[in-house]
Write a protein that binds this ligand. Structure first.
Ligand code: HEC
Length: 189
């Protein structure tokens, strides 16, 4: 009886050790990390607080929300420099027309007696977040990323890091925001 309960425990323990080591081995980490900067997807980032939102028109046509971890949001709110450990996330979604929203707005406009051409425009007026395109991160570490303004950059599509060529473009394009610590987005109150 004792032997029978002991065996599954051993199996479970060994399986646990194997799962743990394969998840934390350098090879697995390198596969999930973005090239150049070695940034991985920060756990729990989807629940971070909002910094602001943005919309980029055609041909990109996406909706973007910027989220920050506690260190980043605190720095924004207190108008202080971003400390090491601050992370800003930029989540982008294809903007798609919401027929459901438009129907409601159209009905309300008709009730208010708006002119027909104004009501026609309301047909395409409401966009919502459609499928995600990619997620970008800026991770502050003034020593590790000294040569790129103290920021590590990373972009992931479907949870996988994008290639080296993409990551070579990040810092140069953020250079115009040098006097704001290379960050474009300001905090939306
Ligand atoms: C063509 C220029 C350009 C390139 C290339 C670029 N960015 Fe940006 N980035 C911007 C601009 C402009 C904004 C602000 C507007 C927005 O969010 O679209 C921004 C915003 C961001 C933000 C939100 C914080 C902020 O600065 O406003 C993050 C995070 C970010 N980019 C990461 C990256 C990463 C990672 C890469 C490379 C994979 C990258 N960016 C490449 C121009 C660029």
């Amino acid at each position: 009886m004792r032997r029978m309960t002991f065996l599954p425990m051993v199996v479970a323990t060994v399986a646990g050790v194997v799962a743990f080591t394969s998840r934390t081995s350098p090879r697995a980490a390198a596969q999930d990390a973005a090239p150049i900067y070695g940034v991985i997807i920060p756990p729990g980032y989807r629940d971070w607080r909002m910094i602001s939102v943005a919309h980029v028109g055609e041909p990109v046509n996406d909706l973007r929300v910027k989220l920050g971890n506690d260190m980043a949001v605190k720095a924004y709110q207190e108008a202080r420099p971003f400390p090491d450990g601050a992370i800003i996330a930029r989540l982008a979604y294809r903007a798609v027309t919401s027929e459901e929203n438009n129907k409601v707005f159209r009905a309300a406009a008709e009730q208010r007696g708006l002119p027909a051409e104004q009501i026609e425009k309301l047909l395409v007026a409401s966009s919502v977040a459609g499928p995600p395109t990619n997620v970008q991160f800026m991770v502050k570490d003034s020593k590790k990323y000294a040569s790129t303004g103290g920021w590590g950059f990373a972009q992931f599509t479907d949870g996988k890091p994008d290639g080296e060529a993409v990551h070579k473009t990040c810092f140069a394009c953020h250079a115009p925001a040098k006097d704001r610590d290379f960050v474009f987005t300001s905090y939306a109150r």
